[in-house]
Ligand binder design. Structure first.
Ligand SMILES: Nc1ncnc2c1ncn2[C@@H]1O[C@H](COP(=O)(O)OP(=O)(O)OP(=O)(O)O)[C@@H](O)[C@H]1O
Length: 320
């Protein structure tokens, strides 16, 4: 995916200017925090993601995912800190919000409306509405325009909601658990359909899920939230390239673990398995140790089990 595209820039209300994008930052949060009465839902959340990415936001129940997405979409205001979308502070300029489409957990559909009526509704509310795109997507998905939304399957309803969000032609699409309550086939179809939309419109997407495996093929940026804080924010390929499972004799594990950032440490009587951050640093020369790659799911689970650990740079180990 590429961030090299033209972005709309605004001059504060007097008109719309056009300028070529210089690898813009799609999403930037600085010390973003949200408190609901006595509960900090989000604390000190700082991250920056370039445009053109499909961002997976993962974390356990109550981690702060919905709160973060609502802040990005300007639906709630921060208690502290700031969030910018394509350089514009969210909540200060209506134009920043016009570039963002938000798809909530409860799909914004009306059961009594036909699909065609939902499209007309979307058209009426959104100045940038792309009706041809909406109709083409629904035709490709074989979703009848004259069917009432309430009579569609859960998967079809998710596709209609996604189509309406995409037809707004946003630059950033924010989706809170878009796959919740869908069966595995529908989950796969919705993700595939999202990828087509990304390829066609060069959207930046941020979507949350509990289920990492749903997102692994689609997302190229990973953000892990845990207990209201960012544990990981980075390019998926880079994260995978800088983490390894090291296996070797248990009696030597303390010595290896002392020289690197260990994310998970599993020791049997004879063998230890350490999931570690690797990179430039102290080489691992000992032939009794082997290093193998990890899956994104293994990596996420290892971090989630250690909420105090982040992937921010620390001395790391080189595998030679
Ligand atoms: N409107 C609210 N009023 C009070 N507390 C809230 C409110 N919304 C969220 N919280 C609290 O903030 C914390 C984070 O909630 P949030 O819904 O953002 O997490 P989440 O990661 O989206 O969870 P889930 O995966 O279960 O949807 C939780 O402790 C939750 O109870």
């Amino acid at each position: 995916m590429t961030a090299d595209r033209t972005v709309r820039m605004f001059d504060g209300g007097s008109g719309e200017l056009t300028a070529p994008a210089q690898s813009p930052t799609a999403l930037e949060a600085v010390r973003l925090a949200k408190r609901y009465r006595g509960t900090w839902a989000l604390r000190d959340c700082t991250l920056s993601v370039p445009a053109g990415r499909v961002i997976a936001l993962v974390g356990p129940n109550g981690a702060g995912k919905s709160t973060f997405l609502h802040l990005v979409a300007g639906l709630i205001t921060p208690t502290r800190g700031s969030v910018r979308v394509f350089g514009e502070p969210v909540g200060q300029r209506a134009q920043a919000l016009a570039r963002v489409a938000f798809l909530a957990q409860d799909k914004p559909l009306y059961d009594g409306f036909t699909v065609a009526e939902m499209l007309r509704f979307g058209h009426h509310l959104n100045p940038g509405w792309d009706d041809a795109l909406a109709r083409q997507r629904l035709a490709e998905l074989d979703i009848p325009l004259n069917r009432k939304v309430g009579k569609l399957s859960g998967g079809q309803q998710a596709q209609v909601a996604l189509t309406i969000a995409v037809a707004k032609r946003p630059d950033l699409l924010v989706m809170d658990e878009p796959l919740a309550n869908l069966d595995p086939v529908a989950r796969h179809d919705v993700m595939r359909s999202l990828m087509v939309a990304v390829a066609e419109t060069q959207l930046t997407v941020v979507l949350s899920s509990h289920v990492v495996s749903d997102l692994t093929n689609a997302c190229d940026w990973l953000v892990v939230l845990n207990r209201g804080q960012v544990q990981i924010s980075g390019e998926v390929d880079e994260l995978l390239a800088t983490h390894r499972m090291l296996s070797g004799p248990s009696e030597l594990a303390d010595g290896v673990a002392a020289r690197m950032q260990v994310i998970s440490d599993s020791r049997g009587e004879r063998q230890a398995d350490l999931l570690a951050r690797t990179g430039p640093g102290t080489p691992l020369h000992d032939p009794r140790w082997t290093a193998s790659g990890v899956s994104l799911e293994e990596l996420v689970l290892a971090y989630l089990r250690r909420p105090d650990t982040t992937s921010l740079p620390r001395p790391a180990l080189t595998i030679s």
